[in-house]
Design a protein around this ligand. Structure first.
Ligand SMILES: Cc1cc2nc3c(=O)[nH]c(=O)nc-3n(C[C@H](O)[C@H](O)[C@H](O)COP(=O)(O)O)c2cc1C
Length: 373
């Protein structure tokens, strides 16, 4: 599995693990893959703490940091986070606020047990994400930056490349892959619509080779529905340089996922997810539930765009996180269709090794199919 990309990054296996959990980043990196920390939920100070923690545990091995700077969003161009916050808040209709409150009350979602007012925070914008990139680049072991929801701004691409790191971005269609190529990115993560989190419609088996062809010399990492070494072998067979998974790391032993959430994932089938705009304003694949159904219902409001919908629902998602057992009907649970095969908790290292063995089994099987002479 010594793909050019793996050699360039100095990793043993081209297994990229996207996760919001620092323990999983460290565990996968130490197992020979590479952990990529989703940084969007952190502010710059918090990210500094997380990366210091990881640095202390990976012994010089590489990891990545992922941010979300969408190509289009309300207020784009405004670099002052306070002004941007005011623009976004003003764009949220009262009817939507009332609908969210009703939904939470109807399902008995408790309020946060705190007297302190909850800080309204924006994420998924240029103004909030570029400080995260600044922090990541002060950490020597951070060898790559990835961006979701669009091609990163030119100044960020230059900043990362000038620092000697690689910068790439996710894409869910051929059109977006072309934008990434034009921008001169160092890698492209082609994510099929079966994947968890923000995703497009095109399935992995169609998208991966399509993007490989468009990307030319730029390495393509295959994402969306990868949970086994057999799928890793399929991705490499289709010309990709590695795989990038998110869902499977949600239920490993090191993940900070609550027990209630893990149980929901263990009992879900591959048909229990839906692409819904109801939490962030852009399509996210997640477990289908009463929340996603309510936003689909005919007489209810349609989700707002990004980042308004994310701001509108941020209090509800915090309450869900605080009371996972009391919010099973509503919980924001991004996960891909691979959830149907996620049935037990194993350690992250064990998962990496399981994928390596699965890959070897696949290649042996393919070799055995060749004629003897
Ligand atoms: C819980 C969850 C949160 C995610 N958040 C992000 C994110 O913040 N940034 C990002 O680039 N991708 C995010 N993704 C997508 C992953 O990077 C990855 O592309 C996707 O999980 C691959 O498909 P899979 O879920 O089938 O493995 C998220 C995925 C999940 C499951």
């Amino acid at each position: 599995m010594h793909t050019e990309l793996a050699k360039k990054l100095g990793i043993e296996y081209p297994i990229f693990a996207f996760t919001h959990c620092r323990d999983v980043v460290a565990a996968v990196t130490n197992a020979g893959g590479i952990g990529v920390l989703g940084a969007t939920g952190f502010n710059a100070e918090q990210l500094e703490v997380e990366l210091n923690w990881i640095d202390e545990r990976v012994g010089g091995k590489p990891y990545g940091v992922d941010v979300i700077i969408p190509t289009n969003y309300e207020g784009k161009g405004e670099q002052d986070p306070d002004k941007l916050l005011a623009i976004i808040k003003a764009a949220i209709p009262q009817g939507h606020r009332d609908f969210v409150q009703q939904l939470c009350e109807q399902h008995g979602l408790p309020h946060l047990a705190t007297d302190k007012p909850v800080e309204e925070r924006l994420s998924m914008t240029d103004a909030t994400s570029t400080p995260l990139v600044d922090v990541a680049l002060t950490h020597d072991n951070c060898k790559l930056i990835a961006n979701a929801l669009g091609t990163p701004p030119e100044h960020v691409i230059k900043q990362v490349q000038d620092s000697g790191r690689m910068i790439g971005a996710l894409c869910g269609s051929a059109k977006h892959a072309r934008y990434h190529v034009e921008a001169g990115l160092d890698f492209i993560v082609a994510m099929g619509g079966e994947g968890g989190g923000h995703c497009g419609e095109v399935s992995s088996i169609v998208l991966w080779p399509e993007v490989v062809k468009i990307a030319g010399d730029i390495p393509v990492i295959a994402a969306g529905g990868v949970g086994s070494g057999q799928q890793l072998a399929a991705a490499l067979a289709l010309g990709c340089e590695g795989t990038w998974s998110g869902s499977i790391w949600l239920t490993v032993a090191e993940a900070a996922t609550s027990d209630a959430q893990k149980e929901r994932m263990f009992s879900a089938t591959s048909s229990d997810t839906v692409r819904s705009k109801s939490f962030t304003g852009k399509h996210v694949r997640m477990l289908k539930n009463k929340w996603t159904d309510a936003w689909e219902a005919e007489n209810n409001p349609d989700p707002l765009g990004a980042p308004m919908q994310g701001m509108l629902t941020s209090d509800a998602t915090r309450r869900m996180r605080e009371y996972p057992a009391k919010s099973q009907d509503l919980f924001f649970s991004p996960v891909g269709q691979i959830v149907g095969t996620m049935n037990e908790t194993i350690g992250a290292r064990e998962k990496v090794m399981e994928m390596v063995h699965g890959y070897l089994d696949s290649t042996e099987r393919l070799t055995s199919l060749l004629p003897d002479d």
